[in-house]
Design a protein around this ligand. Structure first.
Ligand code: GZL
Length: 307
């Protein structure tokens, strides 16, 4: 056939190199940093031209980025939605522009699943359940009330909603477990510390902290030590992610249990993108492989952790 003039070619200049527009939540946590690294390195090794945007945890910035990717006529759009709701309009614009969308890490609550080709990420409800199951086991021989405080992730985000729901479902089976305070720490260390300070001021007898990510747990540890209490002993701590700093605190006995949430989604994302651009079928849902860690397991795993 004839040659493609530059004006008709996609941003790649007409060669068969795939161009991906990626809208990232932000840089709020160690998990996010590791996730960004995985996406960027995987695009590099897959020969995919990556246009990367950091939304500083603001939905309007993600919507702007997606619109810009549509303008640039990228071959595929991938993003981690900072919150679950409010995406239908911009996803319809991508669909009308015939640009396939891949969800990674977090999900959207759109009823119209034709708005994206697949969702690659963890099962956050399962993560919450694993956290609850450890607590039930830890207190199986006690009948005393267990006072729990909870540091939630970003308000309205899928991980915050689902980790809360999974945990509540499991501990709800036994009335001795009482969540006496639950508030967002927005997945950051700073906010986790601030909210934990407030929890400690208004609740003299906290037994357990359930933090939706390591970073808020690490901030809370500073608050707990600042209040003259021993994290991991006076207050047991369960977190989610298993990033290096969290695993170090677990090995040091300041955290009691971590439910892993793998940020290494890059390789699968690029593989799915190549299939989607070729018009091949992909599964509607790809669930991330992940495990859990006790203090002993953290000591063994630390030397070989990738993030
Ligand atoms: C979970 C991811 C969450 C992490 C947090 O897949 O969306 O966002 O658990 C991160 O550390 O900020």
């Amino acid at each position: 056939g004839g040659t493609t003039s530059a004006s008709q070619a996609g941003p790649g200049g007409g060669d068969d190199k795939i161009t991906m527009g990626f809208s990232q939540v932000g840089a709020e946590s160690g998990w996010r940093t590791a996730n960004t690294k995985s996406v960027q390195e995987s695009a590099e090794s897959a020969g995919i031209d990556l246009k990367f945007s950091d939304a500083q945890q603001k939905q309007e910035n993600q919507i702007k980025a997606i619109r810009s990717f549509i303008q640039q006529k990228v071959d595929v759009i991938a993003f981690s939605p900072v919150v679950e709701s409010g995406w239908d309009t911009v996803l319809k614009e991508a669909k009308n522009a015939k640009i396939p969308v891949i969800l990674t890490d977090r999900a959207v609550d759109s009823q119209d699943t034709s708005l994206y080709k697949t969702f690659l990420g963890s099962d956050f409800v399962e993560e919450g359940k694993k956290a609850g199951q450890w607590l039930v086991e830890e207190y199986k021989d006690s009948t005393d009330t267990v006072n729990i405080v909870e540091l939630q992730g970003t308000t309205g985000s899928a991980p915050a909603n689902d980790r809360k729901a999974g945990f509540a479902e499991v501990i709800g089976a036994d009335p001795k477990f009482k969540v006496i305070a639950s508030q967002t720490g927005d997945f950051t260390r700073a906010k986790g510390k601030e909210v934990m300070e407030a929890f400690l001021k208004s609740n003299p007898d906290i037994d357990v902290l359930y933090a939706h990510n390591d970073d808020m747990g690490l901030g809370a540890i500073e608050a707990i030590e600042g209040a003259g209490k021993v994290p991991g002993k006076d207050i047991k701590i369960i977190t989610v992610d298993a990033v290096k700093d969290g695993m170090q605190a677990l090995a040091d006995g300041k955290i009691n249990y971590i439910v892993e949430c793998s940020p290494l989604l890059g390789p699968q994302l690029m593989d799915l993108a190549q299939k989607v651009v070729k018009g091949e079928q992909v599964p509607a849902r790809v669930v991330t492989e992940e495990t859990t860690f006790t203090q002993e397991q953290a000591k063994e795993a630390l030397p070989t952790r990738q993030y």
